[in-house]
Design a protein around this ligand. Structure first.
Ligand code: FMN
Length: 137
């Protein structure tokens, strides 16, 4: 299976109903496609993990990448995995506030943002996302 982590910026801020609709759609599609993962939203930035059969994950990511509700889509980590980390969730969700202690976004959208640095920190971002497993989707 493939695990893919990306970071993106919403083209404009999402309201809660818009996030709910996005999640509904994602959960329906991901259940169909045997994909699990988590989506984290903070102040217009998204971090998402998609995990599942490689062809399904790549197809979902291709759709997501084309979605004009966000841009600056940047893959931070791709790993082959034997077991799912987010198997309980067709798409978990957490909304975090800027400045929350485990703020994994901070280094990526701050000054000096660049893709090489972000990718080099991909495994750290993955660890950050794993930390949400214990606090629910
Ligand atoms: C931040 C973000 C995360 C998304 N996550 C998923 C996802 O996990 N699964 C999915 O199928 N679509 C996801 N989408 C929606 C896709 O971009 C696309 O609108 C959808 O897959 C189209 O589904 P449809 O062909 O069934 O209409 C996401 C979109 C955004 C902006």
């Amino acid at each position: 299976m493939l695990s893919l982590v990306y970071l993106s910026s919403a083209t404009r801020p999402f309201s809660q109903p818009e996030l709910d609709a996005l999640l509904d759609k994602s959960r329906t599609n991901n259940t169909r496609d045997d994909i699990s993962g988590i989506l984290v939203y903070r102040d217009g930035d998204f971090l998402q993990v998609l995990e599942g059969p490689e062809d399904k994950v790549r197809a979902a990511f291709a759709r997501i990448n084309r979605d004009d509700r966000h841009n600056r889509v940047m893959v931070l980590d791709e790993s082959n995995i034997d077991e799912r980390a987010f198997g309980d969730w067709s798409m978990g969700f957490r909304r975090v506030k800027r400045g929350e202690p485990q703020d994994g976004f901070v280094d990526f959208f701050g000054a000096g943002f660049d893709e090489a640095t972000a990718r080099a920190r991909g495994k750290d971002v993955y660890q950050y996302l794993l930390s949400f497993r214990s606090i629910g989707g």
